[in-house]
Write a protein of this length. Structure first.
Length: 220
């Protein structure tokens, strides 16, 4: 944790101690803050203030035209930054689990059918990270993951249309395309899946960097 003390404020370090029980989680979360600092420095933003909105999403109170989002899983931290519109990112380590059963309980039926028919854990994780990135981009707090569909073949978000309180989720005509969204996923070393969702902006492939390299560049 010594590297954290060089780049994070005392308040931030105290927040990490309160929020996370395990040192690895503190290190990953703190690493996300350092990575954010590194990216903002590239944009010539050195003095900034991070605040939390009513839904728990962090934002730059001092730079309202800059949007960011952070996710971490396993040994990786993912930071997405946009100078145009809201952005959401998610990274998940691929692991053996009951992906068909999970999709049946938490995903839209159309997504579950696709996962069950192919029985592909890669497709499950691809849909998962894209759903999470969309929810985080919206920044509205808890969202029913069955209320929208990710079309991974076309990189589209389809919102479920509700009529008279009844959701007809088996008919394509009741799924409305959510326009002005950029959506993409990436496989990292066949060990992780990354999902990125942004409003009306292009998405660049994430760049993999080491925390030690970041700290060295921040020192210059």
């Amino acid at each position: 944790m010594d590297i954290m003390k060089n780049y994070l404020s005392k308040d931030c370090l105290e927040l990490l101690d309160k929020k996370y029980l395990f040192n690895k989680d503190k290190y990953l979360s703190g690493g996300g803050r350092i990575l954010l600092k590194y990216i903002l420095n590239k944009l010539s933003i050195e003095d900034y203030v991070i605040s939390i909105d009513d839904n728990g999403k962090p934002f730059l109170d001092s730079h309202p035209d800059i949007y960011f989002n952070i996710s971490h899983s396993g040994d990786y931290v993912l930071v997405g930054v946009s100078d145009y519109k809201s952005i959401g990112v998610d990274i998940e380590k691929i692991q053996d689990l009951d992906h068909v059963g999970i999709s049946k309980h938490f995903f839209h039926n159309k997504e579950h059918i696709k996962i069950a028919n192919t029985d592909s854990i890669d497709i499950f994780f691809k849909i998962w990270v894209l759903k999470e990135s969309y929810v985080k981009m919206k920044g509205t707090g808890l969202t029913d993951l069955k209320s929208f569909v990710v079309d991974i073949d076309k990189n589209l978000i389809l919102d479920v249309k509700k009529e008279c309180g009844i959701v007809k989720d088996n008919q394509v005509k009741n799924l409305i395309i959510n326009k002005n969204l950029c959506l993409d996923s990436f496989n990292l070393n066949n060990e992780y899946f990354i999902g990125i969702c942004s409003k009306g902006n292009t998405i660049e492939k994430p760049e993999e960097v080491l925390l030690s390299d970041i700290s060295n560049q921040l020192n210059h």
